[in-house]
Design a protein around this ligand. Structure first.
Ligand code: MTE
Ligand code: MO
Length: 205
């Protein structure tokens, strides 16, 4: 995490709670902006499936009911969009990437990167290192209620310590791959990794 100078003077309660939590160049917002490259798909959970792929073949697929039966994790976290808004203290519920791997019978990740594929064609790539050990989940609830379609419902990837474009909405398929490959936004100039604390906004940052 980036070093933030500690001020010893008086701080209001709000400043104290923000101390050290805004990555460089970010400002705080209290609403929840919606950023989508295309229209919000109308997804019925009866037709929903999540697939996990390795080397072109299917490792496992979950129907909605199977997915909902997996162990549930709650994550309280801050989220950071590359357009510079940060939202503090968001609460998500869903299935951790660790539990997803376990459910697929994978003791350890077989390759070092994944591509997340979404309804509508959006993609984004993430190192597996950024998904394991409780760092990421497939979220199905926000603030205790089902995730709104505009925010990626019924299920989205949540990788809160990376810029929010990595948190793929309307997630349908997770594909392991041996190397980093650019997804939708990475191919359009965004940074391949996207760590907000290192301000990895654009290719070359
Ligand atoms: N499928 C899909 N996922 C996506 C996007 C998108 O356009 N399509 N945009 C990304 C970007 S840039 C951001 S900032 C967040 C926005 O999520 P929100 O609309 O819930 O705030 O979703 C990310 N996931
Ligand atoms: Mo974004």
């Amino acid at each position: 995490m980036a070093e933030v100078p500690v001020s010893r003077g008086f701080k209001s309660k709000r400043q104290t709670s923000e101390q050290g939590r805004l990555p460089p160049g970010q400002y705080r917002t209290t609403d929840f902006p919606i950023l989508s490259a295309g229209p919000t798909p109308d997804i019925r959970v009866a037709d929903w499936k999540l697939a996990l792929q390795l080397g072109g073949s299917l490792v496992r697929a979950w129907t909605w009911d199977e997915f909902e039966a997996l162990p549930q994790t709650t994550l309280n976290t801050d989220i950071h969009c590359v357009t510079k808004w940060t939202k503090l203290d968001t609460t998500w519920q869903g299935v951790s990437f660790d539990d997803l791997l376990k459910s697929a019978g994978l003791e350890k990740p077989p390759q070092a990167f994944v591509m997340a594929h979404c309804d509508g064609g959006y993609t984004t790539s993430v190192p597996v290192e950024d998904l394991i050990a409780g760092k990421a989940m497939i979220a199905t609830r926000f603030d205790g209620v089902p995730l709104a379609p505009a925010h990626g419902g019924p299920a989205r990837l949540l990788v809160p310590h990376l810029y929010f474009w990595k948190s793929a909405k309307w997630l349908r398929r997770i594909r392991f791959m041996p190397e980093a490959e650019p997804g939708f936004r990475e191919a359009r100039g965004y940074h391949i990794h996207g760590d907000p604390w290192r301000e990895q906004r654009y290719d070359g940052d």
